[in-house]
Design a protein around this ligand. Structure first.
Ligand code: BGC
Length: 737
């Protein structure tokens, strides 16, 4: 680790090198640096070679053959006039060869160490292929499970997203980006993409500035504070200005307020798409708007390459502005040490310790699964008491579908499926009867149902593997109906008729609707898409080698009509109470309009979500007690020490995520009814009590007020601790003038 003096000295040296290099560059070479070009997997075309040799490319994306990457770097270093190396970008989102749970699953671990380790291993594997830049983490706050990209997010909460952003970035970028196994991170998609209207991808977003700052921007700020090298703009239109031309986001916030020194890359063709949005009439104007807003590098489309030089000649864009854009990119190349070591040692391919990577994949998958239901403690299963198990469903033995979205390079041959892992874990005397039942989760025939019923009838218990295949979530894969696709509900109905106990394991990229399903099964383990080691992780949980410890990073609605539904909502002026809610079936004909308490609820559905944020069962039980604050009145700048006891009152050794929430009772802008402000994952033996403490500084209570400034206001707060956002162990404190 360097001292701050060394860092300052080094950055002055780098700035001098950048200035010297820029002085030697022609306008065309400068514009070349701004261009990020898609490669043609594994091929080096004559024209690509020539363009690199001419200094007209700043980076490539989607090339993973280390020999090809090295040859392109060699051309850049040796054949181009100024020898500037290339950025080599790739979507390494939840693993490279070894696949970890989808980000929403990683988020369910509430374990920053594990998330950091996933980033570290991803970087190690990807850098062996010559990749020096990942397009991750995705930090879009997601409150809408219809949106396919919720799978790529850390969920609905700014605090959890901030903590996990810092963790994964430190994993990707390591201690020193110049190390050969470190890669640059890219915080994306800046900003507000998660608020796409109707949960439909690429859709318009309208987010008031206060909400933008208090919710959507926070994870980005945390990512930049953690040193993220780059930021990617969003495809979406924010309050009327597409993000790739949004001066408020890119100049005002990113550069003026946050002093970001890294570079901004557009999303795929999002600059040329400014014309499709109807913001600009043509590519030349699109290039003007994006450059003027501060997008440094253009991904795939060529508006900069084709028009920036003319815009400079016409003096609409100054050469100084181009120099700033180029220097932002060169700074990253220096930080990555690419001028010194542009080539990747080819014997690094496949290096690392694959078994350690698999172990980490298993651990993260184990911790990502959330136990939603466990009637009569049916789980964990006892190997001894079961002579036969039916394993049923299209996701029980599918090495590909368990991997999830964004697995371009994922090695499906490494995948270990639940079926094989269950077979490996049970005693020889236990018979496993497998039936896929449906070809895919979307199948609409009942062809396999007969066989599924047959194997169910001859088994003691049924483990069903249902949900969504990988391709049903992720980019451009949104759904308006969040029921299990295809005939899966019918399959559950048929199997339930056998009267046998049913354990339902769901793999999915988003929260699905489970209100009816949960009545028909005995247990639900929500596994998201767990990645390479899905099988051993799930088998360990089912058979009690580990207790589930995942907690939900998003609220599960009861019906699509409740969306957006999230725990940190505002109170409204008329919040519902148990007494004020009336049910549609209870309304007598002729009842006057104001018969209810006129509060905020739906007539036709419960007001609460099905499962709240932070929820997740364990095989054990936990008691929170003796909540104490070291003081109840603090001044701005001070902090409170919070202490409480956490006791494992159950029969199993298990991990619990202790969560800390607050509510600011009165604010100059309305404040959420609850906000997460801390969490700790703790392992406790049966009967063990741990004393847990949190330190809550008033900085954590600051919010953006009426004039968009971060403020800490005096006033009263409630504070809760518990294993879920729906918790009632509460205390009060006050910030005084
Ligand atoms: C996605 C980005 C991704 C980029 C490069 C775009 O379609 O929105 O998240 O990084 O493609 O693959």
């Amino acid at each position: 680790m360097e001292t701050s003096e060394e860092t300052a000295k080094e950055s002055t040296t780098v700035e001098k090198k950048i200035t010297k290099l820029i002085q030697q560059m022609t306008v065309d070479e400068k514009i070349g640096q701004l261009s990020l070009v898609n490669s043609i997997y594994g091929k080096i075309s004559k024209s690509l070679k020539q363009t690199i040799a001419d200094g007209k490319i700043g980076g490539i994306l989607n090339e993973v053959d280390v020999n090809v990457v090295n040859e392109l770097q060699r051309i850049a270093r040796e054949e181009s006039r100024l020898g500037i190396p290339l950025l080599v970008g790739r979507d390494v989102i939840h693993g490279f060869k070894t696949i970890f749970p989808i980000p929403l699953g990683l988020s369910s671990t509430w374990n920053t160490e594990i998330v950091k380790q996933c980033g570290r291993i991803s970087a190690r594997e990807a850098s062996a292929a010559g990749i020096n830049w990942t397009f991750a983490p995705m930090l879009d706050i997601s409150r809408d499970p219809r949106w396919g990209r919720i799978a790529e997010s850390f969920g609905e909460d700014p605090y959890l997203s901030c903590e996990l952003a810092k963790a994964i970035i430190s994993g990707f970028q390591g201690d020193d980006l110049r190390n050969p196994d470190c890669i640059a991170a890219c915080a994306k998609h800046f900003a507000g993409y998660g608020a796409s209207e109707g949960g439909k991808d690429y859709n318009t977003t309208n987010i008031p500035e206060n909400e933008l700052r208090n919710v959507y921007l926070r994870p980005f700020k945390a990512a930049l504070d953690a040193g993220a090298v780059s930021v990617m703009t969003s495809f979406s239109d924010l309050n009327g200005i597409p993000a790739s031309a949004n001066v408020f986001l890119l100049k005002q916030i990113l550069r003026h307020e946050w002093h970001f020194e890294g570079f901004v890359v557009s999303d795929w063709e999002s600059i040329s798409q400014l014309s499709v949005h109807g913001l600009t009439a043509n590519n030349r104007e699109a290039a003007y708007e994006a450059a003027n807003a501060g997008v440094d590098m253009e991904m795939v489309s060529r508006t900069y390459a084709d028009h920036l030089a003319d815009l400079v000649r016409e003096e609409r864009i100054s050469e100084d502005q181009i120099d700033i854009m180029v220097s932002n990119i060169l700074r990253a190349k220096f930080r990555l040490g690419l001028f010194d070591t542009p080539l990747t040692k080819t014997d690094r391919a496949g290096n690392g310790k694959p078994h350690k990577h698999l172990e980490a994949a298993k651990q993260s998958a184990t911790q990502s699964c959330v136990l939603l239901e466990n009637r009569h403690g049916i789980l964990p299963l006892s190997k001894k008491e079961l002579s036969s198990i039916a394993v049923i469903g299209p996701l029980a033995d599918d090495p590909y579908e368990q991997l999830g979205t964004w697995i371009f390079d994922g090695d499906r041959d490494l995948s270990q499926t639940p079926l094989n892992a269950i077979k490996a874990i049970v005693d020889d005397s236990t018979e496993i009867h497998f039936c896929r039942a449906m070809e895919t989760t979307r199948s609409k025939t009942r062809k396999g149902f007969g066989e599924a019923i047959k194997v169910s009838e001859k088994s003691d218990l049924i483990i069903l593997f249902l949900g969504e295949e990988s391709v049903l979530s992720g980019e451009a894969h949104c759904r308006a109906d969040l029921n299990m696709p295809g005939n899966q509900n019918e399959l559950i109905d048929e199997i339930a008729k056998t009267g046998k106990p049913i354990i339902l394991v769901i793999m999915a990229g988003r929260p699905l609707l489970l209100e009816e399903i949960r009545k028909k099964v005995d247990s639900i383990l929500y596994a998201w898409h767990p990645g390479t080691m899905a099988g051993p992780a799930i088998a360990d949980l089912l058979f009690g080698i580990e207790s589930p410890s995942g907690k939900l990073p998003v609220t599960f609605p009861r019906a699509v009509g409740q969306i957006p539904i999230y725990y940190n909502h505002k109170n409204t002026g008329r919040p519902a109470t148990d007494e004020s809610i009336i049910k549609i079936d209870d309304i007598k004909p002729g009842t006057p309009q104001h018969s209810s308490g006129d509060t905020s609820f739906y007539l036709d559905i419960d007001n609460l979500p099905l499962y709240p944020f932070g929820y997740g069962l364990s095989y054990s039980e936990f008691k929170y007690s003796h909540l104490k604050l070291d003081k109840h009145r603090i001044k701005s700048g001070e902090s409170i020490k919070i202490n409480f006891d956490l006791t494992n009152t159950g029969r199993f050794e298990a991990e619990e995520v202790a969560q800390l929430y607050i509510r600011d009772l009165v604010g100059s802008v309305t404040r959420p009814v609850k906000e997460l402000k801390g969490f700790k994952k703790v392992r406790l033996r049966a009967g063990e009590t741990a004393s847990i403490s949190f330190e809550l500084a008033t900085d954590y209570l600051a919010f953006y007020g009426r004039d968009s400034k971060l403020i800490t206001e005096p006033g009263k707060f409630h504070l809760w601790v518990g294993g879920c956002s729906d918790t009632d162990l509460c205390a009060e404190f006050e910030i005084i003038e």
